[in-house]
Design a protein around this ligand. Structure first.
Ligand code: SAH
Ligand code: DHB
Ligand code: MG
Length: 222
């Protein structure tokens, strides 16, 4: 098993089950052209998020970490016509690219991209009375993963589903002594989730075009 094989199998799945349409392909092309890092979820992971949102019957989604809006579009497409999605993005240049991609996908009435550090915009959402959200996808600066899970809980209801991306990072998650803040942040997030009686959770390792990584999946129980 190696990266070439994981990539080939992902391509096989993607062609059959999660083929790109014009809006998704243009989202990735324009993101790359604008110099954004190529770190969006894989197509079959985007489709997983889309299926999870629809399996939950979610009417509202909160995303932390928009980039060019690729995962945003996958999730927003699973919402009903009167659904609502808010995606939080620190980098104004990323947010601009995302808004254009979201508009081209015909989702500008469903999705709001809000610019700012999520730890500033999340309290704003609470003050505005936004939420509770039915589904939360956390995919921003990994050092803040414990803060983002805590905020997701504040903006949740029993039954809300929370997904955290990139929780394995090639196995780095096991490096208890590391000073990599992404790893210490994600380990602190796992400890928080394991102790939090309001959350029931599991985590999965994944391989594919995005190498060896994983997802945490949690459900708010109370
Ligand atoms: N969810 C996207 C990928 C997100 S990449 C997708 O799969 O398509 C992570 C994004 O989080 C980047 O755009 C980065 O600018 C943003 N980010 C980093 N720190 C942040 C912060 N403090 N608040 C909000 N967004 C942040
Ligand atoms: C990185 C961030 C991501 O959200 C991701 O899915 C892959 C890589 C990164 O910062 O390197
Ligand atoms: Mg990610």
């Amino acid at each position: 098993m190696n990266q070439d094989q994981w990539t080939a199998v992902d391509r096989y799945f993607t062609e059959l089950l999660a083929p790109a349409d014009e809006a998704l392909a243009a989202t990735l092309a324009d993101s790359t052209a604008a110099g954004l890092p190529e770190i969006a979820v894989a197509p079959n992971q985007g489709k997983l998020l889309n299926l999870l949102v629809s399996m939950c019957g979610a009417r509202s989604v909160l995303e932390i970490g928009t980039l060019g809006g690729y995962s945003t579009i996958w999730m927003a497409r699973a919402l009903p016509a009167d659904g609502r999605m808010i995606s939080l993005e620190y980098n104004p240049a990323h947010a601009d690219v995302a808004r254009a991609n979201i508009a081209r996908a015909g989702l500008e009435k469903v999705v709001e991209v809000r610019t700012g550090a999520a730890l500033d915009t999340l309290p704003e959402l609470q003050t505005e009375g936004a939420g509770p959200f039915d589904f939360v996808f956390i995919d921003a600066d990994k050092v803040n993963n414990p803060n983002y899970v805590a905020w997701a809980l504040k903006l949740s209801r029993p039954g809300t589903v929370i997904v955290v991306d990139n929780v394995v990072r090639g196995g780095a998650i096991l490096e208890a002594e590391t000073d990599d803040p992404a790893v210490t942040g994600t380990r602190a997030m796992f400890e928080l989730v394991s102790r939090e009686p309001r959350l029931d959770a599991t985590a999965l390792q994944t391989v594919g075009v995005k190498d060896y990584d994983g997802l945490l999946l949690a459900r708010v129980v109370a």
